[in-house]
Write a protein that binds this ligand. Structure first.
Ligand SMILES: Cc1cc2nc3c(=O)[nH]c(=O)nc-3n(C[C@H](O)[C@H](O)[C@H](O)COP(=O)(O)OP(=O)(O)OC[C@H]3O[C@@H](n4cnc5c(N)ncnc54)[C@H](O)[C@@H]3O)c2cc1C
Length: 391
């Protein structure tokens, strides 16, 4: 098999890149180790920046998102029993976020690709990347029991944090930056009406909590937990007790409860690899960087990476100009580090780090009061949250 760009991974990065390249007339094959059903059912992110929304619309896969997603023009910071609204739209010249689940984005991208005759090979095994530092790289894999090879001009490594692409770059040529956090999030899906019109980020001495939504019938809620916790430690009643306590206000606000039908623990990590390219291999999305989910940046950064990469590849195929490809890592990393900082900052401001550190708690309260009370500080949060301009 031969293609112009071989894409490893059918997550948001790989599928969006395939879509952008298809629209630029560039042939691609997407290789995915899981089945279509699995990737379409994996519950992950849910907040799309304005730029990601625009990008999905521009490449013709935004219709269902515009119908079924929820446009949010603000978020709430909650602490000291009070709500403090950050008016995202007013502070950013009308920009907003869309709450639309990642697996719905995946469904839309897979359907659009298959309808337009694009190739996704699901269930591939034993993927390895060969000759990435030559002009003729290839991807070796097994499918239906047989060994196959995909010859390419370029390879896009969009295979997430645990994929094979990043380790293909020799360790002496890459530098990794890591920060782990001493907590995780227990996320639940609940059958209940929304408790709030907008996302609620709650700071509390017992730990962080987040009220998010999926649809008018399904809500997504999180509580800070120990990253080593197993689900047996979190029976439903304990989850509701913590949510009620951490989200309580003095104005009579009520948490809408219901049947919990999905639970999972997510660990928190910040990670960046530099550079994001080696020869003709380009990394995008979680393959190159991870952020803690507090800033809602993971999926959006994946979209930002592939936008830069697609433009660089289009320039190459249009005119043979290799300069944008050579600059890919440097250009992408500027946005990556901004998002890394924002995600770390939101995480540090909102989570309980140690049981006995009263000084840190006071600092967090001072920071939250400043963000909620100062137009300059809330504008800084708002413009990062809705996403800084692409260019
Ligand atoms: C449990 C969880 C919860 C999250 N929650 C949030 C959140 O609330 N907010 C937020 O902003 N972000 C969240 N994130 C992060 C966000 O979902 C990711 O940033 C986003 O999925 C990145 O997209 P990606 O395409 O780079 O990688 P992925 O979505 O990881 O996609 C990579 C794909 O590559 C495939 N693959 C892996 N290895 C191979 C291989 N060897 N061969 C072929 N295919 C391979 C995988 O099966 C996968 O489909 C969460 C992540 C996780 C893991």
């Amino acid at each position: 098999m031969r293609t112009q760009v071989g894409i490893v991974g059918a997550g948001p990065a790989g599928l969006l890149l395939a879509r952008l390249l298809q629209r630029a007339g560039i042939d691609t094959v997407v290789l995915e180790s899981r089945s279509r059903e699995e990737i379409e059912a994996t519950i992950r992110a849910g907040v799309l920046e304005q730029g990601t929304v625009d990008m999905l619309n521009e490449c013709g896969v935004g219709a269902r998102m515009m119908r079924e997603g929820a446009l949010h023009r603000g978020i709430e910071l909650r602490f000291g029993g009070r709500a403090h609204r950050i008016d995202l739209a007013a502070l950013t010249g009308g920009r907003a976020i869309m709450v639309y689940a990642q697996h719905e984005v995946i469904k839309d991208l897979v359907a659009a690709r298959l309808e337009s005759g694009g190739r996704i090979l699901f269930g591939v095994e034993g993927v390895s990347l060969q000759d990435v530092d030559t002009r003729a790289p290839s991807i070796h894999f097994r499918r239906n029991g047989g060994a196959e090879r995909l010859e390419c001009d370029f390879i896009a490594g969009c295979d997430g944090f645990h994929g094979v692409s990043r380790p293909t770059i020799p360790s002496r040529l890459r530098r990794e930056f890591v920060r782990s956090y001493p907590f995780g999030w227990l996320g639940i899906l609940v059958e209940a009406p929304p408790s709030s019109d907008e996302l609620v980020y709650a700071w509390h001495e017992r730990g962080f909590a987040l009220v998010s939504t999926r649809s008018p019938q399904i809500q997504r809620l999180y509580v800070q937990c120990d990253p080593q916790d197993v689900l047996e430690q979190w029976p439903d009643e304990r989850i509701w007790t913590e949510l009620r306590a951490r989200l309580a206000t003095t104005d009579g606000w009520k948490l809408r409860e219901g049947r919990i039908f999905q639970k999972g623990v997510v660990a928190m990590r910040s990670f960046v690899v530099e550079p994001m390219q080696h020869g003709r291999l380009f990394l995008a999305g979680d393959a190159a960087h991870i952020v803690p989910p507090t800033g809602a940046k993971g999926l959006n950064l994946a979209a930002a990476d592939v936008r830069v990469l697609a433009r660089a590849l289009a320039a190459f195929y249009r005119s043979g100009d290799e300069a944008p490809l050579a600059a890919y890592s440097a250009v992408a990393l500027r946005r990556v580090w901004r998002a890394e900082h924002f995600s770390w900052w939101m995480t540090s401001m909102l989570h309980r780090f140690h049981d006995d550190d009263a000084f840190s708690l006071r600092l967090q309260r001072a920071q939250l009061e400043y963000v909620a009370g100062s137009r300059a500080a809330s504008t800084s949060l708002a413009e990062n949250y809705v996403g800084l301009p692409w260019d």
